[in-house]
Design a binder for this molecule. Sequence first.
Ligand code: NAD
Ligand code: MG
Length: 393
Amino acid sequence: MDAMQRIAVFGATGSIGASALDVIARHPDRYQVTVLAAGRQVDALLALCRQHRPAHAVIADESQYPALKAGLAAAGLTTQAHAGMAALDALAQSDACDTVVAAIVGAAGLSSTLAAARAGKRLLLANKESLVLAGELLMAEVARSGSVLVPIDSEHNAIFQCLPDGRCNGQVEKIILTASGGPFRGYGRAQLAGITPEQAIAHPKWSMGPKISVDSATLMNKGLEVIEAHHLFGLPGTQIDVLVHPQSLVHSLVNFRDGSTLAQLGLPDMRTTLAVGLAWPQRITSGVAGLDLVAQGGRLDFEPPDTQTFPALTLAYAALAAGGTAPAYLNALNEEAVSAFLQRRIAFLDIPALVEAGLAALPTTAADSLEVLLEADQAARRYAHNAINRLDS
Ligand code: NAD
Ligand code: MG
């Protein structure tokens, strides 16, 4: 019997956080939640603390610290309260945990993800933005520390499962990422003009947080995933394809050079990928039923992505090819544009337009340090704020 794994869940109050905690709670003999962290939803975090009784709870928004501390005391818990992003980094590196579930949304997750990698923790990486922003640095930390990194994004988790040791090692011709196509598959540009946030976040197959749901609707999510796959598996963009598969049952495919194609299939439920991350190379129950293809309609459809209507995918390939600071710009421009769209400040079609204009305006330079990447991230956010203010006036 393995020793009890102590787990930190960063982004515990989100969609991935909930799936992770669901799987963990099914295996009290193997896993113990020792750290729970959230952005600013202190009541939701307190509810999770009452349920999982972690040693530490972190609220990133420092103004919520008194509420967290008072809430833990009122619940009679011995959980220690912390606030601020620095507390996340410190706990990621501390011996409070062996495993970190990196499920914060956006570039805000980079610092704690890097800290966990540096400390050699087992890393269940859902926070794809940290790979897009600083993939080389993150993968270098993982290699240096010997950290076990399991991708949680369903496509990358599928590829990880198809590769004997999680790496391509010259055996792979192509990686094929599947995409549901999002809620607007089959739409033309004219139909996208008046799309509301409610329509954009109503994903047909997956239940996810608002940011990634909008990214799925623009296909930027798949673009971010192409860059993510490049870093995780060491292939250039020319060897990473995207295939629309509306049923979302085939989670991705790998073409090996001998003509074999391997794919991983399953119901669209992130608890499977989290179970893989927690137990790999073992298999544990996740609460997800096995796939019955007949019950699922008996067919699997595939079509190429419509990059005319959804240019975000092309923009991401271009940013990957340009390299340097370009992926950091892409990610930050997109985060700001999506946030403005969710606040009804800009239109749906303004999202890819803003990213495209920003990539054209911001000079791509080499990016050999975290400082350069974080400065690029900030420069792109300044550009986006100005563009959003112009659109929203
Ligand atoms: P979500 O919006 O449901 O949850 C985000 C979590 O991050 C919340 O717990 C929130 O409190 C926390 N958070 C936000 N800002 C923070 C900050 N500044 N500091 C600390 N914590 C902060 O998002 P989600 O859908 O769970 O997605 C999380 C990540 O996983 C994203 O990077 C997303 O792309 C990736 N992902 C999600 C899914 C999915 O099915 N939901 C699938 C693949 C990848
Ligand atoms: Mg995905």
